[in-house]
Design a binder for this molecule. Structure first.
Ligand SMILES: Nc1ncnc2c1ncn2[C@@H]1O[C@H](COP(=O)(O)OP(=O)(O)OP(=O)(O)O)[C@@H](O)[C@H]1O
Ligand SMILES: [Mg+2]
Ligand SMILES: [Mg+2]
Length: 560
């Protein structure tokens, strides 16, 4: 056993859980006899107001170019870096959530290369003594067997500027807004064994980053980018040579790039007559998003020599146990616990849990004010909707709430091309909307209309007020009872009189459709729906179909 462990230490590929490997060998029918080995380097932009080593603000996409640039970001001679402690704390929270060891000291190094988006000619990173080491992320999600991935390290580094090239004018433009923004590079060990595991790993990592509030983790907007390393080997033979596919910005592309890479590498190995000497050449590759193929960027021979050296302008980063314990104490509920709680406490389906967990919202973390603002994401919104007492004095049914949130609120936000972070409807307003529909003050159709209106016209008014202003409150089938209380379920129509508006609409529909009315009188109930449909249309969704049906039937039999 000890011998095996020692051998494992020497070769990280050997430290795999045997059980997991056996499962992967058996399970993957796409490439029988082959093992696929994947390790991912994830770059996540740190959600901090300031850049990593300067006082400039970080920017949002779409801001005018070069708005947030300090002299240091532009690499003016003589300017010096000053480490932003909030970024360090956010990276530490991430590392703690990933169960990493945090050494008491880490340091910064310069990685040199010459490219127009790197003003200093080097990037400050942590090559020799990273912030955190030896973590672990367990992935237990629907549809694939649970597995664990070892995290080799978490390091801090600077993001580059952005360069764009206009082929028409043959000019390159540099935007320094992003230059020097803090990144965490989270490096996995080569523990992933299929494209699906790689996808699930990235999604889980994204959920962790959002839960601890350290990054938006938004792949489309470039705040989360992955370099994916892939190798293949015949089962029982030593691991193959890895190729690194750079800068993938969607889970779909990650999975497609791996599939293409496995096919490509297998073809090279299959064509070799001599198994011992022929291997896949080590390369850095790109991914063509249109052809869904990887392509060569450079070979190992062309790999740049980064001439790493310790950054002489930055001292050692010392971390006390107190600071680490304090941060550990502020860690929020992590995705795997949230998943269990949503399933256990509310009885939500796996699908609904996944939807809530994957909403691209992130907690706001205020570390400086010693306060970590509780949940501000979709899960928290859902929790509050369920736990705060409804306006009708009753607690809300979690399944009704989750339906409103996932189908209506998130659905309408996405139709408006907005994310959950753009939602301006408060928990109180959304709760009241659900209550109004549940207690039949407005119909479901009106509820959806109302929601659409509220998203388009944010307002602090109470939902009931907005519904009344829009005349969306349901047409009560009845006059208020003699006690003055609204009665929506009388025992018999004889006890009450229909409300004048609904009564009028029903009579209009009967008059407009005389042959249908006659058919109903003659016992043809199928035609009733046509009359009811007309009333519903005329009421603009404010009438309740069941009550309308009862009222039309009543009117037609009264007329008999
Ligand atoms: N045989 C292999 N097959 C697939 N992936 C591998 C293999 N060996 C190592 N890897 C993965 O390659 C990645 C190496 O990343 P690391 O940051 O350590 O080095 P790098 O890619 O050389 O440096 P850089 O940060 O400059 O890109 C890790 O995620 C590791 O798990
Ligand atoms: Mg790396
Ligand atoms: Mg790499």
């Amino acid at each position: 056993m000890l011998g095996h462990l020692r051998q494992c230490r020497a070769n990280p590929l050997c430290t795999r859980r045997l059980f997991h490997d056996i499962r992967a060998y058996k399970a993957d029918k796409r490439w029988p006899g082959w093992q696929v080995v994947i390790g991912i380097e994830t770059h996540a932009q740190i959600k901090s107001r300031h850049k990593l080593f300067s006082d400039s603000l970080t920017s949002d996409l779409g801001e005018p170019p070069n708005r947030h640039v300090s002299l240091f970001d532009a690499a003016f001679p003589g300017t010096l870096p000053r480490l932003n402690q909030k970024s360090v704390d956010l990276a530490l929270r991430t590392a703690l959530a990933l169960q990493c060891d945090i050494p008491s000291q880490s340091s910064f190094d310069r990685k040199h290369y010459f490219y127009s988006d790197l003003p200093a000619g080097y990037q400050i990173t942590q090559q020799y003594a990273p912030l955190a080491l030896n973590g672990r992320l367990t992935i237990d999600v629907p549809n694939i067997p649970s597995f664990a991935v070892r995290i080799k390290q978490v390091q801090l580094e600077q993001d580059t500027a952005k360069s764009t090239f206009d082929p028409r004018t043959r000019t390159a433009s540099i935007d320094l807004n992003r230059a020097g923004t803090g990144l965490m590079e989270i490096v996995s060990e080569p523990d992933l064994r299929s494209p699906e595991e790689a996808g699930a790993y990235v999604r889980m990592l994204q959920a962790v980053l959002r839960a601890v509030g350290s990054s938006d983790g938004n792949m489309e907007q470039g705040s989360l980018r992955c370099d994916v390393n892939v190798s293949v080997n015949r089962i029982g033979r030593p691991p193959g040579t890895r190729c690194e596919i750079k800068n993938l910005n969607s889970v779909r592309f990650i999975m497609a790039a791996i599939i293409h890479e496995v096919t490509r590498q297998r073809a090279i190995l299959d064509s070799a007559s001599d198994l011992e000497t022929v291997g896949v050449p080590q390369e850095t590759r790109g991914f063509d998003e249109h052809r869904f193929e990887t392509y060569k960027l450079r070979s190992k021979e062309d790999a740049p020599d980064y001439r790493y050296m310790p950054d002489p302008n930055l001292g050692v980063l010392r971390l006390t146990q107190d600071r680490i314990s304090q941060l550990r104490g502020t860690l929020p509920e992590l995705p795997w616990d949230t998943r269990k709680r949503l399933r256990g406490n509310y009885g939500l389906s796996e699908r609904d849990v996944e939807v809530l967990l994957n909403v691209d919202s992130v907690r706001e973390v205020k570390l400086d004010g010693e306060e970590v603002e509780g949940n501000s994401g979709a899960v928290a919104y859902f929790d509050r909707l369920c736990n705060e007492q409804g306006t009708n004095g009753r607690s809300r049914d979690p399944k009704v709430v989750v339906n409103w949130m996932t189908h209506e609120l998130l659905g309408q936000l996405s139709a408006r091309k907005q994310s959950f972070a753009d939602n301006q409807i408060s928990v109180q307003q959304m709760g009241e909307l659900i209550d109004l529909v549940q207690s039949k003050v407005i119909t479901g159709t009106s509820g959806k209309l109302l929601l659409r209106h509220m998203l388009a016209n944010p307002s602090p008014l109470r939902t009931q007020q907005i519904a009344e202003n829009l005349q969306l409150t349901a047409l009560s089938p009845f006059f208020p009872s003699s006690t003055g209380a609204r009665s929506t379920s009388p025992t018999s129509l004889q006890d009450t009189k229909p409300s004048p508006e609904l009564y009028g609409l029903c009579l209009d529909a009967i008059n407009a459709l005389p042959s249908e009315a006659a058919a109903v009188k003659n016992g043809n109930k199928n035609v009733l729906n046509k009359i009811v449909g007309r009333v519903m249309k005329e009421s603009r969704g404010r009438a309740d179909a069941k009550s309308v049906k009862a009222l039309v039937e009543e009117l037609l039999s009264v007329n008999e």
